[in-house]
Design a protein around this ligand. Sequence first.
Ligand SMILES: [Cu+2]
Length: 365
Amino acid sequence: MSDQSTNTPPDGALSRRLLLRVGAAGMTGAAVLAARGIGVPYLSQRGLLSADGAFAATATALGDVLFYVESFPTSPLLLAPFHDILPIPAALAPASPSEFSRWPDPPGPGQGQQNSLRNQRHQIWCDQIGSPDPLVYKIDVLLRTHAFTTSQVLPIGPDGKPTISFDPSGNRVAAGVTRALPASTIYGFNGTFPGPRINAEYGKPVIVRFANRLDENPMGLDRQDFGSPDWSFLTHLHNGHTAPESDGNPHYSMRYGPQNTGYAPGMWVDNLYLNWPAGGDDREKQSFFWFHDHRMDHTGSNVYKGMVGIYPIYDPKNGLDMGDERQGLRLPGVRTNHSDGSFDVDYDVPLVFFDCRLDDGVTTH
Ligand SMILES: [Cu+2]
């Protein structure tokens, strides 16, 4: 929405986009850029450019210096910040056994039951550690929209001064005119940002069936930039003690399975979260987790694009964090158990911080 041409970096600095290109292309690419004269004044000033036009510094040194002069895009000024209601997501409801048993490929411990490639099984099933069968959740990865603010905004340039902007048809809007931000396109777990909240409990396993439906565009959205270009994904439960096949196959690297390319549109994967501390050791227990995309080479862009969800694990064992402020650690919370096996904890409110720039009013960085 704001004038892209006003987002040029200050003299001598390199833009974020150039930085990303340098990072992606490595030293050879950097030398080519230097040879073309891009960034030359800045680089030679820092002694990073040799006489033959190639970088004299190591990649590390270069990265260190460039990182700190990165020129971020300028977000439009929010005129009424801190007025939007904090969304407090309720616990996602699991699928009932009668529901998921009718799926074409129901989850289970057998060979080939772990993902749509049918080339793996869960290496440890729940009964091997004395746990009950898992609650089963379904999360679709969807192309949807999210409004980052309801505030009116004033388009500004990097100098903080009002700048011209454009309407959806490309017509120029004068500097100083306030605007409403259009919605941003996201790749979201169940199509929301943040994605769903799953309340888990130590000793009670969970399966999440993640299905990639990013090829569907029912709203006819402009995908905007960012996000894995082939629309693939995979999911990592951050800090979880999770078997690799349920955590994006880091053990397979480039050789088998989804390899380094993630799960493409049309594919699904069952991530089994045993909610079991490493070594069965209570001292390994943590409580507040989140799950997010971990697609190789595109983790950052897929996360910016919206693929995040919230996953606290409560710990009733030994009466610790029970979600009941009258017991155990007496952390704030009033727990309500639901008949489907899920539960909500009132007054225990997760806070998720997401730092982004909307350089054209819609595209997250
Ligand atoms: Cu992580």
